[in-house]
Ligand binder design. Structure first.
Ligand SMILES: Cc1cc2nc3c(=O)[nH]c(=O)nc-3n(C[C@H](O)[C@H](O)[C@H](O)COP(=O)(O)OP(=O)(O)OC[C@H]3O[C@@H](n4cnc5c(N)ncnc54)[C@H](O)[C@@H]3O)c2cc1C
Length: 405
């Protein structure tokens, strides 16, 4: 390659950022460019497994691995620091561990919880945002069950869990919770019939990405394991007692000592602070994944909005790990083209399907256009999860952390 040595900086070691690095370090030699990866933590966590860590069906430690373990240290400098500011015009990144210059920037800072301004939701509900919030949820549930078991003045709310949202995250979380309950109740000598799990959803349909047949499968599965659904029921507030919901014209208080918000995510708050035209932390990217006016800045993963469709039907693609990883791989190739002054390509999303787990042995999904349920879906989910580990971390990480049972 013949180009001057440029500074490539990647922000975030989630699916998008780490996949960019994993591919880029294969495509360039150490002399081709300086690559720096900046991530808040020393580790990468599997965000698509956060429902498992939250419910306590999977040890949080099993959902993460050291970022450095997948890097080629001769080509990539890793900085464990929090990005505090992106100066797009000065071409610098401010972090808690110094300021870094870039010639080419990849923003892959991922998602945060979005509570849509619902009163008290941030203060009174747990959010599923990262591995630490997930750890807190599972520890809290266990602590409530332990408290119930040992107290003489028993508080039924200790055994009540409210989940806000019947989208992908809420449903997968409920699937894990139903798997966790028998073990937790046995551990603390609690009659499982006393446990109350309620899912509250504002929209008239849950899991909008799936057919009625698959949705009915999910409802039957979860109801049979004790979950109560309140669909078309908007949550108007969260407080120290639980959720306040709208029931027709009336407001109703739902009580629980574990309250989890799983109904909304947005891109990083740094996006609004750094760029114009950002909506809920997402910026519309061009079809080469760069942003308008900045030919040296790629935005990928949950901070990006990739528009799909024609004319008035143009909509942003949903934010998923599947897209984030495809964007990462594509971006690595675009960086090489940029370094070589070659023409950049067009990102094309290849939708391989979606599978929602219902605990570790069941699920529903659409794979290569075909609907699947039950054990088949659970198996496919494990294949997808293990493939993601393999794509970024190779056989080493896949063998160590993969789902084989
Ligand atoms: C419970 C759950 C289940 C899901 N299941 C699926 C699924 O089955 N299939 C699917 O395709 N998608 C799924 N998703 C969505 C998927 O997890 C996201 O779309 C994906 O994580 C986005 O990848 P990303 O790289 O953009 O961001 P992230 O995975 O969020 O990674 C962002 C990285 O940036 C770091 N970071 C953030 N801010 C800073 C900062 N200021 N400074 C430094 N570092 C920072 C973070 O620590 C993190 O390492 C699920 C999400 C959840 C919550």
């Amino acid at each position: 390659m013949s180009f001057e040595r440029k500074k490539v900086v990647v922000l975030g070691a989630g699916y998008a950022g780490l996949q960019t690095i994993a591919k880029l370090q294969k495509l360039v030699s150490a002399q081709d460019c300086d690559i720096t990866l900046i991530n808040k933590n020393e580790y990468h966590y599997e965000a698509t497994w956060l429902h498992e860590a939250s419910a306590g069906t999977r040890e949080y430690k099993d959902c993460l691995y050291p970022v450095a373990s997948v890097l080629d240290a001769s080509k990539v400098d890793f900085v464990a620091a929090e990005v505090t500011k992106i100066n797009r015009d000065e071409k610098t990144i401010e972090t808690t561990n110094g300021t870094f210059k870039f010639d080419i920037l990849v923003v892959a800072l991922g998602f945060e919880s979005e509570t849509f301004g619902i009163s008290g939701m941030k203060e009174h509900a747990f959010q599923i945002e990262n591995i630490n919030t997930a750890r807190r949820i599972s520890a809290h549930i266990e602590e409530r069950f332990a408290n119930y078991a040992q107290s003489t003045d028993k508080d039924e709310k200790d055994l009540s869990i409210l989940v806000g949202g019947a989208g992908f995250t809420g449903i997968e979380l409920l699937g894990e919770l139903t798997e966790r309950m028998p073990e937790l109740c046995k551990k603390y000598g609690i009659d499982q019939a006393k446990v109350k799990m309620t899912c509250v959803e504002a929209a008239p349909k849950m899991l909008p990405m799936f057919s009625d047949k698959l949705v009915n499968y999910v409802v039957d599965y979860l109801e049979a394991r004790g979950v109560e659904f309140k669909i078309a029921t908007p949550i108007v507030a969260a407080n120290e007692n639980g959720f306040v919901v709208k029931n027709g014209e009336q407001e109703e208080q739902l009580y629980a000592n574990t309250v989890i918000w799983a109904a909304g995510v947005r891109g990083s708050h740094l996006m609004e602070e750094s760029f114009e035209g950002v909506k809920r932390g997402r910026i519309v990217v061009r079809d080469d994944l760069r942003i308008d006016g900045y030919d040296d800045i790629f935005v990928i993963g949950d901070c990006s909005a990739v528009m799909s469709g024609e004319g008035d039907n143009k909509r942003p693609l949903p934010t998923t790990a599947q897209i984030a990883m495809q964007q990462g791989e594509f971006t690595a190739k675009q960086i090489v083209k940029l370094l070589n002054n070659d023409q950049l390509g067009t990102f094309k999303y290849d939708d391989k399907g979606t599978v929602a787990s219902l605990g570790s042995h069941d699920g529903v999904g659409v794979v290569f256009g075909k609907e699947i349920t039950g054990k088949k879906a659970a198996f496919m989910k494990k294949v997808i999860d293990t493939r993601a580990l393999f794509k970024i971390g190779g056989t080493g990480v896949a063998f160590k952390k993969g789902k084989f049972l």
